[in-house]
Write a protein that binds this ligand. Sequence first.
Ligand SMILES: Cc1cc2nc3c(=O)[nH]c(=O)nc-3n(C[C@H](O)[C@H](O)[C@H](O)COP(=O)(O)OP(=O)(O)OC[C@H]3O[C@@H](n4cnc5c(N)ncnc54)[C@H](O)[C@@H]3O)c2cc1C
Length: 414
Amino acid sequence: MDEVDVLVVGAGPAGSTVAYELARRGHSVRLIEEHGRVGWPVQCAGLVSSRVIDLAGSDRRVRTRVHGATVFGPGGSQVQFKAPEPRAFVIDRAGLDVDLADRAARAGAVIETGVTYEGRGTADGDREVALLRGPDRTDRTVAARLIVGADGVTSAVARAYRLRRPVEILPAFEAEFPESPGDPDQVEVDLGRQVAPGLFGWWIPDGSGGGRIGVAADADGVPARRYFERLLDRRAARTGRPARNPTAYLVSGIPIGTLPKCAGRRVLLVGDAAAQVKPLSGGGIFTGMRCAMIAAEVADQGLRANDLSAEVLAEYDRRWRSELGPEFSRALYLRRVFRRLTDPELESLVQALASAELTGTIVAFGDIDFPTHLARQLLRESPSLLRLVPKALGAWFAADPASMPDLEPGPRRK
Ligand SMILES: Cc1cc2nc3c(=O)[nH]c(=O)nc-3n(C[C@H](O)[C@H](O)[C@H](O)COP(=O)(O)OP(=O)(O)OC[C@H]3O[C@@H](n4cnc5c(N)ncnc54)[C@H](O)[C@@H]3O)c2cc1C
């Protein structure tokens, strides 16, 4: 049986980051990916902050830079804001995944594609045993001192180790269009129950005249594709030019909500497998990569001390939660409020945001990785926005996340 220090399952941004960080510290690392090619199929709109570019160590996969956004309300109102400097980057997501995996390989990680993690075998002394299936459908095992589950939203590692899954998985549907009208300098966000109940629809320029159009929504049994088609109709009515000839479709799920535990004896979860996704946008590249760095630091210490007990690895949970937990808690709370808004309320929200003072605040405080800072500032500045949220939210201004009032989702509003 093969033996390694660390088996990383899944060569997305989180898995390749852990693999790189541990390989460069001298541990023997195997990184397996179920698909035959790293980066494919693409399951992402590819909009990231400069933090991702920094973590990746290169901007060569940036397709274009985005300075702002236009947000469209369900009733036709809109608000636009633009910053003088780029606020987000549209990347070639498959290219980013390839670069991150290559970086891990250069640091010494062994990458195997077409290999699927199937489950947990009987532990062999101080090693976990992983059951793998190869490209030729042959089964084999590998023994590892540590297993890292970076295997995305449906994580087989989380299932094998009985680490609880997020309660909510938002269905998402996106397509890429080679020609798609829109301001190449900004993204578009569409709100409303008809196109994206509970989250939003988007248009993201691809840097070469086309765009990525998609939705993620509380689908409630309705296929996300239905919402996507409504979004296409809404955009076509607005721009006068229907989006045609999509070159690629993407269907996936976005995990929302944090897991009680992302670490156990000889196992860690990172990225989407750990639901480390921003609850207000569904973006998870920055958060997954950042948590992967923390996971690698904690794992490195455990490997060196030859102590990969649940207690030692729990330090990973403590550290990532202390860094990102307050933002996640506030965002989850705001999301629950947002989900309850009716279309007339969403329309009022967009109208309120359109006031000159607030667009200035959006430009000054907007940060796609930490959106609750902006939300808090907007609520402070605008009494009309405060009217849209429950009274309990007022307490949030001064409160820390732990003391936030517990709001159960109210009855669904159509
Ligand atoms: C429609 C959509 C649009 C999005 N847009 C954005 C965006 O604009 N910006 C942003 O930041 N985030 C976005 N996200 C979220 C982002 O794509 C994820 O958060 C991110 O990919 C998570 O990275 P990861 O490495 O944790 O997991 P993944 O990227 O999902 O990688 C997991 C890898 O594990 C592999 N795998 C799975 N199971 C196994 C197994 N059993 N054995 C071996 N390999 C396995 C998979 O093939 C995959 O390659 C979007 C998501 C969706 C669905």
